[in-house]
Design a protein around this ligand. Structure first.
Ligand SMILES: *[C@@H]1O[C@H](CO)[C@@H](O)[C@H](O)[C@H]1NC(C)=O
Ligand SMILES: *[C@@H]1O[C@H](CO)[C@@H](O)[C@H](O)[C@H]1NC(C)=O
Ligand SMILES: *[C@@H]1O[C@H](CO)[C@@H](O)[C@H](O)[C@H]1NC(C)=O
Ligand SMILES: *[C@@H]1O[C@H](CO)[C@@H](O)[C@H](O)[C@H]1NC(C)=O
Ligand SMILES: *[C@@H]1O[C@H](CO)[C@@H](O)[C@H](O)[C@H]1NC(C)=O
Ligand SMILES: *[C@@H]1O[C@H](CO)[C@@H](O)[C@H](O)[C@H]1NC(C)=O
Ligand SMILES: *[C@@H]1O[C@H](CO)[C@@H](O)[C@H](O)[C@H]1NC(C)=O
Ligand SMILES: *[C@@H]1O[C@H](CO)[C@@H](O)[C@H](O)[C@H]1NC(C)=O
Ligand SMILES: *[C@@H]1O[C@H](CO)[C@@H](O)[C@H](O)[C@H]1NC(C)=O
Ligand SMILES: *[C@@H]1O[C@H](CO)[C@@H](O)[C@H](O)[C@H]1NC(C)=O
Ligand SMILES: *[C@@H]1O[C@H](CO)[C@@H](O)[C@H](O)[C@H]1NC(C)=O
Ligand SMILES: *[C@@H]1O[C@H](CO)[C@@H](O)[C@H](O)[C@H]1NC(C)=O
Length: 488
């Protein structure tokens, strides 16, 4: 009795153990054990028996609680080619070959992805530095358990596999080229899609620079400008160029601005062209220079206005004065000079496209200047105007004809105002003479029937008819004496 009670008790204990702890005695695992498997892959389901001899059991595999295959003595179920409709919960049940004992395993979920995942290549940097290398990394999303294959293009553009350690998903490269990779499931050989082709540039030691076509210190709105990409030791290489800028005028491909050329024509500069410019040059498909250092372009909105100065605004006689046209960075400009004869008359061009910012003039007039950018049509504003006066220093002189300083009443004598030779100027004259009421403006003053009232000092000066401010100096006095009686 006691004995049978003991047997019932131990059976009860065993039952308790079986009903509550049976999962500890059967375990279903997947091989490969991966969160995601892919269509076409195979999987091995294994029903592991703990603390018992595997060969004492028969195995039943269930899929979503439905029998999958007939009960057999093998604890491994191989599903050779997975499809997404094989998703679901799997469980194995072990039946002991000589007792009523059953063991149920855990339920394991299988998830089969219908799509073939694509490998992705990442590069540790954008290009291979001079004398260095970079690391490419291949990865496949969603699942572990991959090996990696790497490919590149041979010179004849064929796909070529690169020999590497397939377990390592990194590849170190020191040659520019096209690279792509593929993941391969280590256990099944199932392959991912190949990654996109990754284009890797090798950086050349040759450096690139952005320079302004004209090395001008300041650029003004309205100028026609180009920037150029220069390559240190560029040699005969047929470079192809790339441009980048922070300006709000982005490079556009077109016949005029085609930014694959060394020259990038910005056209007519505006403040919107201000910004930083970079270029790089490509020697071939896989090697290019680094981006140049930034070139700062600053476009000044307003045209400059030169300042015209004269060292003296008065020309004396046959002398001259120096005019100077000043603008910032004078050597970067050429100069046009203008002269007007009066404030209202039209300007006449005097000199054109002069290198020198100064000229010497000997003519009176109203002068102005402007700067021009040598080989372009860009002009500065016109300068201020400067009036240059001509004060003739030559003294007029009074001549008597006949040359007698003593004449007798009733005689005829001519008093003439003489100006040193200047055939071009038209003069008018001013006289001082004794007891005159009328002021003749002619150069000659004829005394007919001289009388004592004609005696006295005669002085004259000449004035330029076109500019009455321009005069000779007063002549010296010439004294005429009219004697009352001829002495016979
Ligand atoms: C996969 O392996 C982990 C531990 O390596 C285990 O916990 C898990 O139950 C396994 N899953 C399957 C379905 O085999
Ligand atoms: C699955 O089982 C087969 C046959 O036993 C074996 O060749 C294969 O390598 C196994 N696969 C995995 C992923 O273990
Ligand atoms: C399981 O049983 C078989 C056949 O009786 C025997 O050959 C094998 O050694 C046993 N294995 C273990 C681990 O007990
Ligand atoms: C159960 O399996 C073991 C091991 O394979 C074997 O030795 C034994 O004969 C089997 N018993 C029955 C009743 O088949
Ligand atoms: C994997 O490859 C990278 C690049 O070639 C290398 O630096 C790294 O040491 C390798 N890792 C292993 C574990 O071999
Ligand atoms: C351009 O001008 C700057 C400053 O005037 C000067 O330092 C530089 O050498 C010039 N570059 C060229 C290529 O003439
Ligand atoms: C780069 O510069 C070197 C000298 O520094 C020169 O020999 C070579 O021709 C240049 N061009 C290229 C494409 O490397
Ligand atoms: C301008 O020239 C006149 C005549 O030669 C001279 O008297 C005057 O001092 C000069 N003025 C200046 C500012 O040089
Ligand atoms: C000015 O002179 C330079 C150098 O002689 C020349 O290149 C340029 O074309 C000239 N400009 C004009 C507008 O004549
Ligand atoms: C000259 O003047 C005197 C005095 O004024 C006068 O008497 C005389 O008639 C004049 N002679 C002539 C030719 O006009
Ligand atoms: C000039 O005329 C005044 C009177 O009108 C007279 O007194 C004076 O003597 C005259 N002078 C000469 C030099 O004739
Ligand atoms: C002549 O001088 C006066 C006074 O100095 C001046 O107002 C006038 O503009 C000048 N005329 C010319 C043609 O220079």
């Amino acid at each position: 009795m006691g004995n049978s009670l003991l047997r019932v008790l131990s059976l009860f204990l065993l039952n308790t153990l079986l009903s509550c702890g049976h999962t500890e005695y059967a375990e279903l695992t997947f091989e490969p054990n991966s969160t995601t498997l892919y269509s076409g892959e195979h999987v091995n389901l294994t029903c592991h028996m703990r603390e018992s001899n595997v060969s004492e059991w028969f195995y039943e595999f269930k899929w979503n609680d439905k029998p999958l295959v007939p009960i057999s003595s093998t604890n491994v179920l191989r599903i050779p080619e997975l499809t997404p409709d094989r998703n679901g919960d799997y469980q194995c049940i072990a039946h002991h070959n000589s007792s009523e004992e059953n063991r149920r395993s855990n339920r394991a979920t299988l998830s089969v992805s219908a799509h073939r995942p694509r490998a992705t290549v990442r590069a540790s940097r954008t290009s291979i530095p001079v004398g260095g290398s970079l690391t490419l990394t291949c990865s496949v999303e969603e699942s572990a358990g991959w090996s990696y294959d790497w490919f590149t293009r041979s010179p004849d553009a064929e796909e070529t596999a690169i020999a590497t350690n397939p377990v390592n998903n990194s590849l170190s490269i020191s040659q520019g080229g096209s690279y792509w990779c593929r993941g391969r499931r280590t256990h099944s050989g199932f392959c991912s899609e190949k990654s996109h082709v990754h284009h890797i540039d090798r950086t050349l030691s040759n450096r690139s620079f952005v320079v302004l076509q004209h090395n001008w210190t300041q650029i003004f709105s309205g100028e026609t400008i180009s920037v150029r990409c220069e390559i240190q030791g560029g040699g005969d290489t047929q470079w192809e160029y790339e441009w980048r800028t922070t300006s709000s005028h982005q490079p556009v491909t077109g016949p005029d601005t085609a930014p694959t050329h060394s020259e990038y024509r910005l056209g007519t500069a505006s403040v919107f062209h201000s910004g930083e410019y970079w270029c790089k040059a490509r020697a071939d498909w896989y090697s290019s220079t680094e981006w140049s250092e930034a070139f700062q372009l600053r476009v000044t909105p307003d045209k400059p206005r030169p300042r015209l100065t004269a060292d003296n605004t008065t020309i004396t006689g046959k002398g001259s004065v120096a005019l100077s046209c000043s603008v910032e960075n004078p050597s970067e400009w050429r100069y046009d000079w203008f002269r007007r004869t009066s404030a209202s008359s039209a300007a006449q061009i005097l000199r054109y496209n002069e290198t020198d910012d100064g000229i010497s003039i000997s003519e009176e007039g109203i002068y102005s200047c402007r700067g021009r950018r040598g080989d372009t049509t860009f002009l500065t504003e016109d300068s201020n105007r400067v009036t240059i006066e001509n004060r003739v220093s030559h003294k007029a002189s009074v001549a008597l004809q006949p040359d007698w300083s003593l004449v007798f009443s009733g005689e005829t004598i001519t008093v003439r105002c003489e100006v040193p030779a200047d055939v071009l100027t038209e003069w008018e004259y001013e006289w001082t003479k004794p007891n005159s009421t009328t002021v003749p403006t002619h150069n000659e003053y004829r005394i007919v029937n001289a009388s004592s009232s004609d005696s006295g000092s005669y002085r004259c000066l000449a004035k330029d008819k076109k500019n009455l401010n321009s005069t000779t100096e007063w002549s010296d006095d010439v004294t005429l004496t009219v004697s009352g009686e001829k002495e016979f």
